[in-house]
Design a protein around this ligand. Structure first.
Ligand SMILES: [Fe+2]
Length: 344
């Protein structure tokens, strides 16, 4: 196993053989990843059927979409909602039927979701984000219990495209003490802003993305949080930040302009040289994006937590009110998953 680094909080790992992988070595890689924000295992021979086996050793999968959708239908279980939605039952809103159908149509092996432009015989998409560039964002940004990590394994035609990263920790560390303390006190208002993620029209996947990014009409989250490895930075997803509590629209607009401009010096893109790189990226204080060609490209994505490798008593939020919301919502999400899908 060889390690190298070209960017702050990012590490490349080469010569990892999953045929010889042990739990000890995997947890060691997890610890290295916790000290960073982006870890890329290049030219990775993990079997597709084993993806969730390995990611679950770091922490269970994390996705709040079905939980939030279920809140609209308190009289039904998640399974009943899914069955009705797949049959276009009028008791379920059309946008929610689309969402459930899209979740099913885009399912990959081992609990993954396909990211691809490929279509089935009927002409339906078999993956999310079927075409075009993806602008800077972090997943589930307007949700206190956003997924801490995204794992993306390349499968085919990844060359000619990139996954880019914009970590906010180095930016935060290099700011003046006084601006840092202003940021520490800020509460950001997140709203869904159509067109701010995907360059092309998302059509029937729009509702899936809205519910993914910002399940409530607006949400209030602290600007400064810590990653599961204890790295401080900004929870600042460029596609959802839409205001600061106590600031006018004009004032917050100016602040966002300044941050966006200054942050860009820390942006970098991983242009694929292999079809089978496995990328693990922080989703708490890091934005990601996609550039390049995506014809017949296929990646397998899983959102997960770091419960087994994160710092002790981890909570992303330093403000008591938000730290409590996190604990309560995470407990509710775990319970929902256990009750409805028999998963811990
Ligand atoms: Fe994403």
């Amino acid at each position: 196993m060889k390690m190298s680094s070209k960017h702050p909080y990012a590490v490349y790992i080469d010569d990892v053989d999953f045929d010889e992988m042990t739990d000890d070595l995997w947890m060691e890689i997890g610890k290295i990843h916790m000290k960073n924000l982006v870890t890329i295992i290049r030219n990775c021979n993990v079997k597709h059927k084993d993806i969730s086996k390995w990611t679950k050793k770091w922490g269970p999968s994390r996705y709040s979409g079905m939980y939030f959708l279920s809140l609209h239908y308190p009289e039904y279980s998640a399974k009943e909602i899914i069955i009705m939605a797949l049959k276009d039952n009028p008791k379920i809103a059309p946008a929610h039927c689309d969402l459930v159908k899209n979740r099913f149509k885009t399912k990959g092996p081992s609990g993954t979701q396909r990211v691809t432009d490929m279509r089935d015989k009927r002409g339906d998409h078999t993956g999310i984000f079927p075409d075009g560039e993806l602008k800077w964002h972090s997943n589930e940004a307007g949700n206190h219990v956003f997924a801490p990590s995204v794992a993306l394994l390349g499968v085919q035609n990844m060359e000619g495209s990139s996954t880019g990263f914009l970590e906010t920790a180095t930016y935060y560390e290099n700011l003046s003490e006084s601006f840092r303390s202003e940021l520490n006190d800020m509460i950001v208002i997140h709203r869904h802003k159509p067109g701010m993620l995907h360059v092309k029209d998302l059509k029937d996947q729009e509702e899936m993305m809205r519910l993914n990014m910002n399940p409530e009409p607006e949400s209030y989250l602290p600007m400064v949080i810590q990653s599961p490895g204890g790295i401080k930075g900004l929870h600042y997803s460029i596609n959802t930040v839409d205001g600061i509590v106590g600031m006018s629209k004009e004032e917050s607009g100016k602040l966002f302009e300044k941050i966006n401009k200054e942050l860009m010096q820390y942006a970098w893109d991983h242009w694929y040289e292999n079809d089978n790189d496995w990328l693990f990226f922080d989703n708490s204080i890091t934005n990601h994006r996609r550039l390049g060609e995506v014809n017949n490209r296929l990646g397998l994505r899983i959102q997960h937590g770091y419960e087994n490798i994160q710092i002790k008593n981890y909570n992303p939020y330093f403000q008591e009110e938000h730290s409590k919301i996190y604990d309560d919502r995470l407990a509710a999400l775990y319970k929902f998953t256990k009750d409805n899908f028999n998963e811990d």
